[in-house]
Design a protein around this ligand. Structure first.
Ligand code: NAD
Length: 350
């Protein structure tokens, strides 16, 4: 069992992974700055509902403060760092790129520096499918899955640019200091305790309320929707597998797509949500948004070779879990704390 520091642990993926690691017997230290990108009450509720019952406390730390980050890493006694804290979201990066410089470049730089000074044995960090960018000639048909060896030098958004930069920063740190690094290229994660800024939540909320949803273009954008418990299982297995050995150039780095590997159009997502919620969506079409790419799909070959195959959750089952969680979340009303303690069903990772 390892001692693991998880950053961004009040976030969607972070809360689920930190909980799962603790339940698997690892010693978990966790931090987050509880920023207001979306409702901080949701972050606090994840801590109460997912983390405290698993014995994980979350320290309030802003990783853009290098001295504080060093104190956190030193005090954690961690062997492994799982860095998930970031300013997420492609669309906001169009108007507010400097928020991404702060969280994703300064924040990650400060985690890298503190980790190598503390002698961390393995650092895994969140990259993104967005690093694959917009590929010429790919539109609605005939697009191929993304392999880790594909070029990643054409970001379609500033968010993607910061994730590319993270991979370069990690590589340089591994090369110069020998700190082993694993890049996790996540593909559109969804599920209970998810992110309210993402399509799955936005659509589900409005379909439930009988309000129109805005679908960009003709709804033919393809995403590789990945159920959060499957993402979590993959991350846990990558941690437990241990640090990568040096590659052919002597640099201890590795990169993995972490996705469901089932390309799904937005129209198919909407149909799945209609079935899960039991209501028909009212659809309004809107122009395509800056920063969006037409197609994301993970080639799972490398991940499967590393951690084996595990039973993954179908979109229909994952959307049913999410819809029933969202119904509970939205009905909790003013007596939020009392209602949360009476959750009607076991949490997905229990
Ligand atoms: P999230 O926004 O729910 O979680 C990120 C957490 O990091 C938040 O709780 C936030 O408060 C925290 N944070 C931000 N800046 C910080 C700072 N300076 N110091 C400390 N904490 C800070 O996002 P998520 O969906 O859980 O994503 C986790 C990671 O995975 C992110 O790096 C994201 O870019 C990446 N990712 C997510 C997806 C997805 O589909 N959810 C896809 C690709 C990549």
């Amino acid at each position: 069992m390892s001692s693991i520091l998880v950053t961004g642990a009040a976030g969607f993926i972070g809360a689920h992974v930190a909980r799962a690691l603790a339940l698997r017997g690892h010693r978990v230290t966790a931090c987050d700055n509880f920023n207001a990108y979306y409702d901080p009450a949701l972050k606090q509720a994840r801590v109460q509902q997912l983390l405290w019952p698993a014995g994980v406390n979350v320290s309030h730390v802003d990783l853009t403060d290098p001295a504080l980050t060093q104190r956190l890493v030193d005090a954690s006694g961690a062997e492994v760092v799982l860095h998930l804290a970031a300013q997420a979201g492609v669309r906001m990066s169009v108007d507010r790129p400097l928020d991404y410089v702060q969280a994703n470049l300064l924040g990650f730089g400060s985690v890298l520096e503190a980790s190598r000074r503390a002698g961390i044995a393995h650092l895994l960090y969140a990259s993104s499918s967005s690093v694959y960018g917009h590929r010429e000639g790919e539109g609605e048909h005939g697009a191929k899955p993304f392999a880790e060896t594909d070029r990643i030098d054409r970001p379609a958004s500033f968010y993607a640019a910061t994730k590319m930069a993270n991979e370069a920063m990690a590589y340089a740190t591994a090369r110069v200091h020998g700190l082993p690094m694993t890049a996790l290229r996540f593909f559109t994660v969804y599920g209970p305790w998810g992110r309210p800024d993402m399509a799955c939540w936005l659509f589900a909320e409005r379909i439930r309320e009988g309000l129109p949803i805005r679908v960009f273009g003709k709804g033919q954008l393809v995403r590789d929707y990945t159920y959060v418990a499957d993402t979590v299982e993959a991350v846990c297995r990558l941690i437990e597998r241990g640090a990568p050995p040096p590659d052919a150039q002597g640099v201890p780095v590795e990169t993995f797509n972490v996705g469901h590997s089932v390309p799904t159009t937005v129209n198919e997502l909407v149909a799945g949500l209609e079935a899960a919620i039991g209501r028909t969506a009212l659809i309004e079409h809107a122009p395509m948004q800056a920063g969006d790419v037409p197609h994301t799909e993970s080639d799972p070959t490398r991940l499967r070779a590393a951690i084996g195959v595990w039973p993954r959750t179908s979109l229909a089952q994952g959307l049913a879990e999410f819809a029933s969680w969202l119904a509970w979340w939205q009905q909790r009303g003013d007596g939020a704390d009392a209602a949360m303690l009476q959750m009607p069903r076991p949490l997905p990772l229990a």
